[in-house]
Design a binder for this molecule. Structure first.
Ligand SMILES: [Zn+2]
Length: 197
């Protein structure tokens, strides 16, 4: 996601470049699991203060369903529009002073938006931040019907069948409620039958 923009910086205001992206995102963020590359189009526009990057990008991330915790693939789409500013003057290589910058001063303090001394514009950090902002707050699996998510129901049934029968039956026995709950006593009878068989 690194672009050498030396040539574009030498061109007049209004000059553009168009890039088609298909970039691996492996290693971009330790907390994000990417299932696909970053794809989309970005346009670089030479402005009076630097380069305006604008585009529509998308990728796919693996996360957990907010209800049933099953792993799901979540498509993430986002728009980029960021002003990058050069640290140095492209013809002379001299560092630019703050007061020479013609853009929004707040952009100057964002290191993610600087074009380095080798005239490399790196999109990685703004892409990383944009992905986090574009992630759904409550990712869910594709279940859209009424009632409980079928994954959740299946998951709970599995838990019931496995360790939880043992766990809850012990707890219930301690509280001597076994006979009061026909559901559990039925399960316990089943288990006792198995043990005695
Ligand atoms: Zn689910």
């Amino acid at each position: 996601m690194q672009f050498n923009v030396a040539q574009l910086l030498k061109e007049p205001i209004g000059a553009t470049r168009l890039y088609e992206l298909n970039e691996s995102l492996t290693g971009l963020d330790a907390e994000l699991k990417f299932l696909g590359p970053l794809v989309g189009q970005v346009q670089f526009l030479r402005t009076n203060s630097g380069i305006l990057v604008a585009g529509q990008l998308s990728t796919v991330i693996q996360t957990g369903c907010n209800r049933c915790a099953e792993p799901i693939a979540v498509p993430v789409r986002f728009a980029l529009e960021e002003n990058f500013h050069p640290l140095t003057e492209v013809f002379s290589g001299r560092y630019l002073r703050r007061d020479e910058y013609e853009g929004d001063e707040a952009d100057l303090d964002d290191v993610a938006l600087s074009i380095d001394e080798q005239h490399i514009l790196n999109l990685a950090e703004v892409v990383r931040q944009a992905i986090w902002l574009a992630l759904p707050m409550y990712p869910g699996c594709s279940w859209e019907g009424a009632g409980e998510c079928p994954n959740l129901v299946r998951h709970l049934q599995e838990l019931d069948r496995m360790e939880n029968v043992e766990f809850y039956s012990e707890a219930l026995r301690r509280e001597q409620k076994v006979e009061k709950d026909p559901r559990w006593s039925a399960l316990l009878r089943l288990r006792d039958d198995e043990q005695n068989a």
